[in-house]
Design a protein around this ligand. Structure first.
Ligand SMILES: Nc1ncnc2c1ncn2[C@@H]1O[C@H](COP(=O)(O)OP(=O)(O)OP(=O)(O)O)[C@@H](O)[C@H]1O
Length: 264
C-alpha cells in the first residue's frame, strides 16, 4: 500500500531462494530475535542490453528493537538494499525477511507530507483502516508526541522545517503501527539542528517502543553515536557489521587511508 507517508506494507516480506544455497527465514539469530534478515541477496539492474549487478551476495541481520545505521561509499548499494527491504525492488536471488509491518521514509519530505497540517497528514494514512474518529485521534496524537511534534500538530506543513516534516512522516509510519522503519538518508538536506532533531526523534521512538526497529542509511559519522549498531557496505555487500565503536573505527581508518592515498 502506498500511503501519503511513504510506502507502508503490513505484510512480512520473504523473497525467493538462491539456486543451490539453502535459504531459511530467520526470525532469530542465536537467542536474539531479528527484525531484518538478508541472506545472499543479489540484485541487478538492466541498462540497455547490459545487466548491472548492484547487490552481490549481500548478507545482514538486524536485531529487533534497535536503531541500526547503514553506511558505505556512494553507489555501493545502500538505497538499493533499503528499497529491496521495502519491497520496491525485487532481488534476483537470495532471501529477505522483514518482520513487518514496515514503512519507507524518503529523503525528501515534500514527496510524502501532503496534507495541510501535521495532524491531518498523520491521520491521512489511517484513512483505509477501520478505526473510529477517537481511535484515529488517539493514534495521531500518540505518534506526534513520540516524535516531539505534539505542540505543532495544527501548524500548516509549509511552515515546518525539513526536519519537522521528516518527523511528521515518521509519525505517520508509527500511527500505521509500523514495526520496521526504513529511513533513507533523512538528514542529507537538513541543517545541523534539524538533523539532530530527526535523529534524536528516531532514537526516542526506538527506545520508547515495544520492538520498533529502524534501519537508517547515512553518510554522517556523527549520527552513529545515536545508534545501537551499524553495518558498512562496499561494492554491493556488507563488509562489516556490529557495534558502533567497531564500525566507526573501521570508517575512520578508511578515511585516513584515503587521505594518505591522495596526499601522494
Ligand atoms: N534504476 C537504476 N538503474 C540502473 N542503475 C541504478 C538504478 N538505481 C541505482 N542504480 C545504480 O546502482 C548503484 C547503487 O545505487 P544506490 O543508490 O543503491 O547507492 P547508494 O549506496 O545508496 O549511494 P549514495 O550513497 O550515493 O546514495 C549505483 O551505481 C547507481 O547508479
Amino acid at each position: 500500500m502506498q500511503s501519503a507517508l511513504g510506502l507502508h506494507s503490513s505484510t512480512n516480506l520473504v523473497f525467493g531462494s538462491r539456486k543451490g544455497v539453502p535459504c531459511v527465514v530467520r526470525a532469530h539469530v542465536g537467542a536474539e530475535r531479528v527484525s531484518i534478515d538478508v541472506q545472499n541477496v543479489n540484485l541487478c539492474f538492466q541498462k540497455d542490453s547490459n545487466v548491472l549487478p548492484i547487490l552481490k551476495d549481500c548478507c545482514m541481520s538486524i536485531p529487533e528493537g534497535k536503531l541500526w545505521m547503514l553506511l558505505g561509499p556512494n553507489g555501493c548499494g545502500k538505497s538499493t538494499l533499503l528499497k529491496a527491504l521495502a519491497g520496491l525492488l525485487k532481488p534476483t536471488s537470495g532471501k529477505l525477511y522483514v518482520a513487518g509491518p514496515k514503512s519507507f521514509v524518503f529523503q525528501n519530505p515534500d514527496h510524502q507530507v501532503v496534507m495541510p497540517t501535521a495532524e491531518a497528514d498523520v491521520a491521512f494514512g489511517l484513512g483505509n483502516l477501520d478505526l473510529t474518529v477517537e481511535e484515529v485521534r488517539c493514534r495521531v496524537m500518540k505518534s506526534l508526541e513520540a516524535v516531539g511534534l505534539l505542540e505543532l500538530s495544527q501548524r500548516p506543513v509549509q511552515t515546518l522545517s525539513g526536519g519537522q516534516k521528516q518527523r511528521v512522516a515518521i509519525a505517520g509510519a508509527l500511527a500505521e503501527c509500523s514495526k520496521v522503519l526504513l529511513l533513507d538518508e533523512l538528514t542529507t538536506f537538513l541543517d545541523e539542528s534539524d538533523q539532530m532533531g530527526v535523529v534524536e526523534a528516531v532514537r526516542r521512538v526506538v527506545s520508547g517502543s515495544d520492538g520498533v526497529t529502524a534501519l537508517w542509511v547515512t553518510h554522517r559519522l556523527e549520527e552513529l553515536d545515536y545508534a545501537d549498531g551499524a553495518s558498512y557496505m562496499e561494492n554491493g555487500h556488507v563488509v562489516l557489521g556490529g557495534s558502533v565503536a567497531k564500525v566507526k573505527k573501521f570508517v575512520l581508518e578508511k578515511q585516513e587511508e584515503y587521505k594518505r592515498s591522495i596526499s601522494f
